[in-house]
Design a protein around this ligand. Sequence first.
Ligand SMILES: [Zn+2]
Length: 323
Amino acid sequence: MRNQAILTVLWLLLLTSPARAEAPGEGMEAVWSIITALPGDTVQSLAARFHMEEDALLEANPQVRVVPRPGERLRVFSAIREEERFRMTVRTVPGLRLADLAQRYNLSEDALMRLNGYRTAPRFRGGERVTVYVPRSLWPGNYLDGGIQLQEGTGLLVRRPNNAWGRPVVVRSLEQVGMLMALTHPGTKLVVGDLSRQRGGRFSPHSSHKEGLDVDIGLYRPGVDYDEQYKNLRAEELDLERTWFLVKALIDTGRVHKILLDWNLQAVLYDEAVRTGATDADLARWFQYPNKRWDETGVIRHWRGHRHHIHVRFKEREGEALL
Ligand SMILES: [Zn+2]
């Protein structure tokens, strides 16, 4: 428990959602959310659409120039709800009109024209490829859009920068946990393996890591700050204090869906969690162990081959505007 106080203070400092501001007096409550700029959008048009002051929009989005790039993500505080959008290509069928596509994906015809370089509305014969931005609820997933690249930084060693692209929830959480680890365990780093490729998609030898929500992180051995290469560890070779600190810090972000780790290694981490004061309810919530290897309980689950790293699957929390 000795790190509990510093941990609490750190989370307060590190939580990145902007502070709440005045709601623009709509029926619905204003919330922070992430939206996607479409072709033709400007800071002025977006400010008008979301009932924000232009200055407030720019302040919340210091990365944005006067004209946001199509596909660029912006943070807005508004009672107007709009989903984040994902760029993809669709194939037309004979007789389809541009207006149909616009309606299907809730896009303006103007945005579709600009996106595809049409001067006049085309007559589709079927089979043409058209670029659209689909709202999240219509998005099939399986590739990465709106991703950012994890940079090497405080408490972070990135093994393959080209494969370190992820959704902001992953990248920002790793930055925070890296900083926390560096502050509490000087010299220790998170050894970050693959996230996803820049545009995501199939990524051998992984079966997941497709849409920027997964990451592999190395385990610790006693007396070694960190291993740049992953090494298979037996339960008695694990640095329990640091490994459990890492896993607990990840869970404490509230953004972790699942952590995959060999069942035998879970057993010793379980004991470490008990030693540091976990309650029965905590243990049941966090661990699959002592249930069977394939029981679907707990955040931490068994998976073959996870004896030298943990695989962390993140989830995107509703109402958290991370960029
Ligand atoms: Zn993995």
